[in-house]
Design a protein around this ligand. Structure first.
Ligand code: UDP
Ligand code: LCN
Length: 806
């Protein structure tokens, strides 16, 4: 950046800089974000009649492009520049146009001054810095490789084996000795005592199994292998055992990353998994669409089913059939005594379509029954997590008859519980964010004190820092969830450096280049969601019933609005009614475009119809707004709002019926972390228009298999949809082409098979890495514990005090 700055200062552009700075000074806002900065610059360019190239190609234009934020203070401007993904430089631009680099501490102090929360005379604020803990772990260099942690780790580990083969092979042997199932030793027994013996015996065993018929079942030669030092777990046939031993042999002789990955991925070390999804209504029926209950529940349920299937397949291939191995997956959630007709008050529920996957619901301790007997918003949930983890540990140990092999947390609360459990039980911890609220709510950290009553971000962000640093590995659904795009900051990236005025400063909150980050997108339930063209798999009566419900049924208890012309092309959307989902924005976009109304109807599936039925602030506000918009733009006859709770199959059929009518799906969220409805719509064959803010940017390839929209620009969004609609009206095959491309996209990239294979391979490799380097993490975990006990817990207790009087 310094070269770019110098180039501006050494050229005529210095005058432009001066004038632009004076434009900035005239802005009322003291804190400008990227969009504001670009707007001011574009105005400046047109006012001063700059050639078109100036905006993008001048030095100044480039500097502005990289500038994420500008803060004005007295006569100075502070520029926060992001020269590339996951890096930040900060400069003070003084009145005489000199650029002085600023430290992170200076930046955070300045932000505090901006909100009048800087108290230099009261001493320094607590500074959180996780940087030193990552100094001795390997880090990725190139930002484009962020999110490919495991590949990197494999390269690193295998090069270490090269360098110090003795030590690492010793740990490999110890690692192999570690594994057993229900007390039965797996892989190697104590006949193999040294690394040298391991190497010799592997070669002997390879020769031995090589002499057997390749399809011979393992059980037939089990005892011969045992006498050589090998126990079950190498394969189910002579061929498979030979393959696995060959991989190990190669690893010993000439380690390389692929061999290491293949070998560790075959080690039968995972049989019991816990998926923690603590808040919300977690159930299989009648829960979706309620506040806080959306994609995460869908994701975790599908993941549980597919993990079980994959674990069963792996166990079979490893030759463990006769050991009566029964992999078990437990979804750990809270029990809600007043469960509003759902099964959320049931302790144990089997996951449909599985043999051994369960939902285990553990009640919160009864601090105040008004709270703990009922659903509690995710923003209020913090005081209950520690005791929930303690109680859950006991229940899990009983259910599994031992410790689990992997704990996966979901969302901030589940990740914190996963941390507490993993720490207590010494198990590998994996995190899934689903959504990090910090980047969802603008300025949520700077103004945390004003928002505290409603959102309690001080607890949430502290919990996030704790859990993301403690996790052995993190899976994200997209790359940008970690580090954003060239022009927007990633969700994890937003935890790198921030202030919580009067609470703490974070100078290095997370190492984005750590190999712990891995992109592993979810899939979609292919039994419920499949292309509308697969008529043989559809049930005609369901189709008719759903079709009636969507277009004509009169049932004021759950449907609002009748269509004047049900044959118009449907624009469809389905989401929880919270502000960020912005269904009201879509209604407004539709309301403002007469032309869109001429061609299409708008059909929304959105939680509830009545304010009195909702216990959630945002949901209530959105219900009111939606009615208001319908009246304001007189959308009667053109819109239907379904406040229904659909079964899984119905929700699949609904997309297909919309596709039968050559409709489209619109996902208008102001920000969407990933967006499962987009996968559901696309696999059903619906041309999909999705927000350009967040994960959809990676799911859809614009104009190839769907379209991006900017949901804050209503006119542009309406135009994009209209363009598509008129193209389809001119040429009906255009809709079909888009529909097929959407279907292909999901099948090629977003399946649960891809997801679970990768997740399990990660769990094994990080388990190995954790085993070989565990002493290196203890200091980090101690620091994290201190944060938990000294910051998180006292604040959680304060909140609990408030809850006692609700
Ligand atoms: N969903 C539903 N009924 C509703 C709203 C949503 O069944 O009224 C389902 C939807 O099919 C999808 C999930 O809830 O599977 C929402 O996931 P997404 O990732 O799109 O958003 P989230 O709600 O997690 O933010
Ligand atoms: C939460 C969200 O907000 C969505 O964007 C995701 O699709 C969902 O969780 C599943 O990860």
């Amino acid at each position: 950046m310094s070269e770019l700055i110098q180039a501006i200062l050494d050229s005529e552009e210095k005058n432009d800089l001066r004038s632009f700075v004076s434009e900035l000074r005239q802005q009322e806002q003291k804190y400008l974000l990227r969009n504001d900065i670009l707007n001011v610059f574009s105005e400046y360019c047109s006012k001063s009649q700059k050639p078109e190239t100036f905006y993008a190609s001048s030095h100044l234009g480039k500097l502005i492009y990289y500038t994420q934020e500008i803060i004005q203070e007295d006569s100075n401007l502070c520029l926060i520049i992001r020269p590339k993904i996951a890096s930040q430089e900060v400069y003070r631009l003084t009145a005489d146009l000199s650029f002085e680099p600023m430290t992170v501490q200076e930046l955070l102090d300045m932000r505090d001054r901006l909100v009048n929360k800087f108290h230099p005379n009261e001493g320094d604020l607590l500074e959180l810095d996780f940087g030193p803990f990552y100094d001795y772990t390997p880090t990725i260099r190139d930002p484009k490789n962020i999110g490919k942690g495991v590949q990197f780790l494999n390269r690193y580990l295998s090069s270490k084996i090269f360098q110090d083969s003795k030590q690492l092979l010793d740990s490999l042997l110890n690692f192999l000795r570690l594994h057993h199932y229900n007390g039965i030793q797996l892989l190697v027994n104590d006949r193999i005592k040294s690394q040298q013996q391991l190497s010799d015996q592997v070669k002997k065993a390879i020769a031995f199994v090589g002499s057997r018929p390749s399809e011979e079942p393992y059980e037939e030669f089990r005892f011969q292998l045992q006498s050589m030092g090998f126990e079950p777990g190498w394969g189910n046939t002579a061929q498979r055992v030979q393959d696995t031993l060959n991989v190990l042999d190669e690893l010993i002789d000439s380690p390389d990353p692929q061999t290491l990955e293949v070998f560790i991925s075959r080690v039968p070390m995972i049989f019991r998994i816990v998926l923690v999804s603590a808040h919300g209504w977690f159930g299989q029926e009648g829960v979706l669409g309620r506040p806080d209950t959306g994609g995460q529940v869908v994701y975790v349920l599908d993941q549980a089913k597919n993990l079980e299937k994959q674990l069963q397949e792996d166990a079979l291939l490893a030759g463990l059939e006769k050991l009566n191995v029964q992999p078990k997956v437990i979804i750990l959630t809270r029990l809600i005594p007043n469960s509003d007709g759902t099964l959320c008050n049931q302790r144990l529920e089997k996951v449909h379509g599985t043999e051994n996957a369960w939902i285990l619901r553990v009640p919160l301790r009864e601090f105040n029954p008004n709270m703990t007997q009922n659903w509690i918003s995710r923003f209020e949930f913090w005081p209950y997590l520690e005791t929930f983890a303690i109680d859950s540990e006991r229940e899990l140990l009983a259910e599994f008859q031992g410790r689990p092999d992997l704990i996966v947390g979901n969302y901030t609360d589940g990740n914190l519980v996963a941390f507490l459990l993993a720490r207590r039980m010494k198990v590998t911890q994996c995190n899934v964010a689903h959504a990090l609220e910090k980047s969802k709510y603008l300025f949520s950290n700077l103004y945390w004190q004003d928002l505290e009553d409603k959102y309690h971000f001080s607890l949430q962000f502290t919990a996030d820092l704790i859990a993301m640093n403690a996790a052995n590995f993190v899976i994200s659904s997209t790359y940008q969830e970690i580090v954003g795009t060239p022009d927007s900051v990633g969700q994890y990236e937003s935890y790198k450096c921030f202030t919580m005025p009067e609470l703490y400063h974070v100078t290095n909150g997370i190492e984005l280049f750590s190999p712990k980050f891995n992109v592993v997108p979810p899939g979609v339930n292919e039994n419920a969601y499949f292309p509308y063209t697969r008529t043989q798999d559809r049930v005609e009566s369901d189709r008719d019933r759903i079709s009636e419900m969507l277009f004509t049924l009169e049932d004021p208890s759950q449907i609002y609005g009748q269509l004047d012309d049900p044959n118009k092309r449907p624009i469809f959307s389905m989401a929880r009614l919270d502000r960020i989902k912005n269904l009201t924005g879509l209604a407004e976009c539709f309301g403002q475009s007469k032309e869109l109304q001429d061609h299409c109807n708008l059909i929304l599936v959105a939680g509830k119809l009545r304010v009195e039925e909702s216990g959630d602030n945002e949901e209530r506000d959105e219900i009111v707004r939606l009615y208001h918009i319908i009246d304001e733009y007189n959308l009667h006859g053109k819109i239907r709002w379904l406040g229904v709770r659909l079964s899984k199959n119905d929700s699949g059929e609904i997309y297909r019926v919309i596709a039968d009518h050559k409709g489209i799906f619109v996902q208008p969220a102001l920000f969407e972390a990933f967006g499962l409805t987009i996968l559901e719509a696309m696999i059903s064959g619906l041309p999909t228009f999705a927000t350009q803010f967040g994960g959809p940017l990676e799911i859809i390839q614009d104009k190839v298999n769907g379209f991006y929209i900017n949901p804050t620009n209503l006119e542009e969004t309406a135009t994009k949809i209209l363009e598509f609609v008129s193209k389809c009206e001119q040429n009906a095959s255009y809709w079909d082409t888009l529909s097929q491309k959407a279907i292909d996209r999901v099948y090629s990239t977003y399946t649960w098979k891809i997801h679970t294979t990768k997740l399990l391979s990660l769990a094994r490799i990080y388990g190995f890495w954790n085993f070989t380097s565990k002493e290196n993490r203890e200091d980090l975990l101690r620091y994290i514990e201190a944060l938990f006990y000294l910051i998180y817990k006292p604040r959680a207790q304060q909140l609990l005090e408030q809850h006692k009087y609700r």
